[in-house]
Structure formats: C-alpha cells, structure tokens
Design a protein around this ligand. Structure first.
Ligand SMILES: [Fe+2]
Ligand SMILES: [Fe+2]
Length: 274
C-alpha cells in the first residue's frame, strides 16, 4: 500500500495574474494555466474511472490507494476551479465565453469516454496522464521549481504536484492489476497524452488571443536542465520496465508533503466527483 495522505486545503487567489510580461515569459505561463483549466474536467474523469475500477480490484490495499487517489484529485480540481474563475474574470466576457466553449468540449469528451469506453481505455488514459504529469513534477521538484511563487496560482502548484508524486503508483498499479498490457498502455496512453495536450494548447491559444498577444513559436532553443530532466523522465515511462514505485524522490518532496499535512484540515471522508 502506498503512503497517501488526503489533505483538504483551499487556496485563495486574490492577487490578479500579471500578464504584462515579455512574450517568452507569457509562453511559459500559459501552458500551466491551460493545465489548470483542464483540471475540473480531467480530475473528475479520473475519479469516475477509479470508482468503476475499485469494484473490480481484488486487492484491498490497492482499492484503498485508489480511494485516496480520488480524494486527493477531488481537492485538486476544486482549487483549480477557483483559480480558473479568477482567470475568466480577468479575461472579460468574450474570452471567458471562448474558454467555456473549450471547457465544454473537453467535458463532453470525458463524459463520452466515461459512458462509452471500456475500463481499460479509461485506465490507460489515467495512467498516460499520471505518468506524464509525474515526470514533469519530479523534474520540477528536482530543480527547485516549487520554491517561491514562480507560477500564477502560487502554492497551489507545489501542493498539487507534490501530491501527484505521492500518488504516482496508483493509476499504474490499478492498470497493471486490471489490464496489464504494456503495448496498450503505450499506444492508448500516448494517444491520451496527445488528446490532453491538444486541449492545453487550445486553452493557451485562447488566452493569448484574449490578451491580444501571439505566442512565440517554439524554437530550437537549448532546453533548460529542468526540461531535459523532464524529457528524460518522461521517456523512461515508455520502458517495459517502468515502475513508478522504483523512482527515488528528489530531495524536498517529503518536506513539502509534511508541510501541507501540517496546514491541511483533517479530511477523512470521500470527496464526490463533479
Ligand atoms: Fe491532481
Ligand atoms: Fe493525479
């Protein structure tokens, strides 16, 4: 059984996001905000998937991990929903409407997947998302990106990404337990990552247009050490030997988790999806 603590924390986002920054800074800022926009749809979808999976899990410890995974995700998306409301307000009606159109399209996809796709599809999607996010979170932790408040939304990111690292084994182990095919994990998980990232790009484009800015085209610039580390960790998820339980955690992750345990409200009950 993994060590997963459910921490009920609610962040407030009173400080307006400063978009008056150079193009390259804006280009780095908008994808995380796009990610935030996906959370109130993606994370309830993961929770619905786990709810179905739990009924078939034969290992009580793994079923408990899946419950705690869902509870953590429930707290994550509620905080992102608050940040997203602030974002929509900052953008004004026309852009907020366009953002809502993209949100509706994403929600329609996830509802369709939950209702019409087999569990193995939804579990491979969950693991594809979790593996990719965890690779990025581990690289960010390794390179100190959670120190300070470098991203709009502040500490929300450190808390969320630390918990993504904490529950990194769950989607993988549930997939292995109920599906188990390496090839399907790679093919369907890869498709899931493409599907998910296409929405991040749509949200980012929509916000850039709302600001009357054009995002600079990705260039062949030298990748930062953190980006190289994230790519290396991401590539390792394609290996047949990949096992998130074997990953050594960067220094500081446990300290972050302990810190958020100390400030969280005691949260024991299940968090309903949606
Ligand atoms: Fe999450
Ligand atoms: Fe997660």
């Amino acid at each position: 059984m993994a060590e997963i603590t459910v921490r009920k924390i609610r962040f407030s986002f009173e400080r307006p996001i400063d978009f008056d920054v150079p193009d390259d800074q804006l280009a780095a800022m908008l994808p995380p905000l796009g990610l935030s926009m996906t959370m109130p749809y993606l994370e309830p979808y993961l929770i619905r998937t786990m709810k179905v999976a739990i009924k078939q899990i034969r290992d009580p410890a793994l079923a408990e991990d899946a419950r705690r995974f869902s509870q953590q995700e429930g707290h994550h998306f509620r905080n992102h929903a608050t940040l997203n409301e602030q974002l929509r307000r900052q953008f004004g009606d026309a852009t907020a409407r366009r953002l809502l159109e993209v949100e509706d399209a994403l929600e329609a996809d996830y509802q369709r997947f939950s209702r019409g796709k087999p569990l193995r599809f939804n579990l491979a999607y969950a693991e594809g998302f979790e593996a990719m996010t965890c690779a990025g979170a581990l690289a960010a932790a390794e390179h100190g990106a959670f120190e300070g408040e470098s991203l709009p939304g502040g500490e929300l990111w450190a808390w969320h990404m630390a918990e993504e690292i904490e529950h990194r084994t769950v989607a993988f182990q549930v997939y292995e337990h109920l599906v188990g095919s390496y090839l399907y994990r790679i093919l369907r998980g890869g498709w899931a990552q493409w599907h998910y990232l296409s929405y991040i790009r749509r949200f980012a484009r929509c916000m850039a247009q709302g600001l009357g800015r054009e995002l600079p085209k990705p260039t062949r610039r030298e990748r930062s050490p953190m980006e190289r580390d994230a790519l290396r960790r991401y590539r390792s998820t394609w290996s047949p030997a990949y096992d998130p339980a074997k990953i050594d955690l960067p220094d500081g992750v446990q300290a972050l988790l302990d810190r958020y345990s100390a400030v969280a409200e005691a949260a024991t009950g299940p968090v309903p999806a949606g």
